[in-house]
Design a protein around this ligand. Structure first.
Ligand code: NI
Ligand code: MN
Length: 231
């Protein structure tokens, strides 16, 4: 038995794609790998049991169907988003959760949160996920602007890590992400969804400086392909 199999690992695949792993248990959020300019991994190499999709824009679900099929993974999303991806899969297991749902799994829980964004699919709602992953709570807001109910989310769950978009243009930018971290009462922030394309160029170190100037919330900057142990 390896001594490190109980470690909780968060891997940043670049752009909005993040994977949580503990030993053989793994979930991936917003799989976008093969056409992701930042990704160092191909969709065919992903091993996981859960695929979470926040919305139907290609940069969040392009590789979801392949990964679901390859792994016979459980697909999780709001109903129309999950059904959109499921239609591209072969006989998938699908979990269609609405805003406010909180469902328990062997690893912990998934709570579905609203997101202020488009979904890319008529009638479908974009979302975020708060994931209880063993003894850590990680918030994936998806693509969203800042919203005041992040304060409520911070009351509902004790968020250890907030994986926040900072790119601006499609989502909130760095200044609003600093406020989001405070609303959420997050202990640590991991910035994502920046520098993939020119429209969302940002300096994550500047974001880190802005956070440090206002509060003591930690910022972990991950290069695409890098991972960090959640402690
Ligand atoms: Ni989007
Ligand atoms: Mn996006």
């Amino acid at each position: 038995m390896m001594g490190n199999t109980n470690k909780l690992i968060l891997k940043f695949h670049g752009h909005g794609c993040v994977q949580l792993t503990r030993g053989d248990v793994s979930l991936i959020v917003d799989p976008f790998l093969n056409d992701n300019p930042q990704s160092k991994t191909k969709a065919s190499d992903i091993k996981c049991q859960y695929v979470l999709v926040t919305h139907g824009h290609f940069d969040h679900c392009a590789d979801a169907a392949q990964i679901v099929d390859n792994n016979q993974a459980l697909l999780v999303g709001t109903p129309e988003v999950a059904q959109y991806v499921a239609a591209q899969c072969h006989n998938p297991m699908v979990e269609t959760l609405g805003f406010g749902a909180k469902k328990t799994y062997d690893f912990g829980f998934i709570r579905v949160t609203p997101a202020w964004h488009g979904s890319g699919i008529a009638g479908a709602l974009p979302c975020g996920f708060i994931v209880g992953f063993y003894d850590k709570v990680v918030y994936f807001p998806g693509d969203t602007g800042l919203f005041g109910d992040m304060k409520l989310l911070g009351e509902l769950e004790s968020i250890d890590y907030a994986v926040l978009p900072i790119g601006n243009y499609y989502t909130m930018g760095p200044d609003d992400a600093v406020l989001a971290a405070e609303f959420l009462k997050a202990k640590t922030v991991i910035p994502i969804h920046y520098n993939t394309w020119p429209l969302i160029e940002q300096d994550p170190n500047e974001f880190k400086r802005k956070m440090a100037a206002r509060n003591n919330i930690g910022v972990i900057i991950l290069e695409p392909g890098a991972e960090v142990e959640l402690t």
